[in-house]
Unconditional design. Structure first.
Lengths: 187, 192
């Protein structure tokens, strides 16, 4: 009897390890997380508008229907990114997520304090390699360090009333997210 | 033989305990540092780089993007102030005021996080659409049938959750429940 109790106790301890391991591994193996869902529809290093969520379809669960939203799925392995988001009339925010959907930075129109939110996104290494003089000329630009090479930028503009949704959509339609060193492609 | 049976037993116990605990943690949405005010709960830390492994696992499982703390805070209510689960066939009244924020939105989702279909195509309110009393307080009625005032249709679904998102607000990781963070009361008014 004692033998079985000891075995059960040992099993329960092992179970605790199994529990912690599965919790930690789960984000790495999830196939339906927000980043994986958007992999199909969002190209790398470009802003894509997300369709407004309806009862039949939504890009992801728990989207706020009062917002016009767009995402930029980024990959910094080729170099830093430049992001520019014109602010809409009501409220505009830019949130940064790692590959595993951890929100590591967010800024809104009021915190940015100007008509266009402009940011440089780079990894910690890329930031360290930046020449000093460039650091000074870039002082008026905001630099955001990404903890991972890939991730998501969510750009969202509020439509305070349903009738203002087209205005919010127009505002984020002109948002840009592109490689910093790349010459602007001819349009 | 006894050794084999014994270790098999221990392994089965480990699998049941470990996977069971993981399942429970994910379906209950467990994470550290909840901020509970009345029937509303938010996890401000989940919207930061310090999100704990439980928060990360449940975000990955649901497949949503958490509201980043620099953007706002999302409060969830799945039951009224007396602990009754929110039922779309009942009339539920949300009454009071919200903490200071530049904007807020209230949205009604089913348990899976999808919007609920309804005749007038309304799934939520923003702070600018609400009719208020002279003192700034407001009532919102969640009901299957049309109601005067601020009516949020439930579509008659059995269970739903409400998300009150505060945008550009001082509510955050260091906020404690108290007078600075008044959340609206949620009460079932009438249930057939």
């Amino acid at each position: 009897m004692i033998r079985w109790l000891l075995l059960a106790l040992g099993g329960a301890l092992l179970g605790g390890i199994v529990h912690l391991a599965t919790i930690i591994i789960l984000p790495r193996t999830a196939t339906q997380d927000a980043y994986s869902r958007l992999t199909r529809s969002a190209p790398v290093n470009a802003v894509v508008a997300l369709p407004a969520p309806t009862s039949e379809s939504a890009a992801m669960p728990f989207m706020d229907p009062a917002f016009a939203s767009a995402v930029c799925r980024y990959d910094l392995s080729q170099g830093p990114l430049k992001l520019s988001v014109p602010v809409s009339l009501a409220y505009t925010s830019v949130s940064f997520y790692t590959r595993y959907d951890v929100a590591y930075y967010a800024i809104n129109d009021r915190a940015a304090g100007r008509r266009v939110i402009e940011l440089d996104l780079m990894t910690v290494d890329q930031h360290n390699q930046m020449p000093e003089d460039e650091e000074i000329t870039a002082a008026d630009r905001l630099i955001v360090e990404s903890p991972t090479l890939t991730g998501l930028i969510a750009i969202r503009a509020l439509a305070p009333e349903p009738g203002l949704m087209p205005m919010a959509q127009r505002a984020i339609a002109t948002a840009r997210c592109e490689r910093a060193d790349e010459p602007k492609p001819a349009r | 033989m006894r050794l084999l049976l014994g270790s098999l037993f221990a392994l089965v116990v480990a699998a049941v305990v470990g996977l069971g605990a993981t399942y429970l943690a994910l379906t209950r949405g467990a994470a550290f540092g909840p901020l509970t005010i009345g029937s509303w709960t938010a996890w401000p830390k989940t919207g930061t780089a310090d999100a704990d492994p439980y928060a990360q696992a449940s975000i990955a499982r649901i497949g949503r993007l958490p509201t980043a703390l620099g953007d706002g805070v999302a409060f969830t209510a799945a039951a009224d102030d007396n602990g009754r689960p929110l039922d779309g066939r009942c009339d539920v009244v949300l009454a009071g005021i919200t903490p200071a924020a530049r904007f807020w939105t209230l949205t009604l989702y089913n348990a899976d996080g999808d919007l609920v279909a309804n005749a007038i195509n309304r799934s939520g309110f923003t702070s600018q659409e609400i009719g208020r009393r002279a003192d700034g307080s407001f009532d919102i009625v969640m009901a299957p049938r049309a109601n005067p005032g601020n009516w949020l249709p439930t579509g008659g679904v059995e269970r739903y959750v409400l998300l009150l998102r505060l945008y550009d607000t001082a509510v955050g990781v260091s906020t404690k429940a108290g007078r600075e963070v008044p959340m609206p009361a949620v009460n079932v008014r009438r249930c057939p």
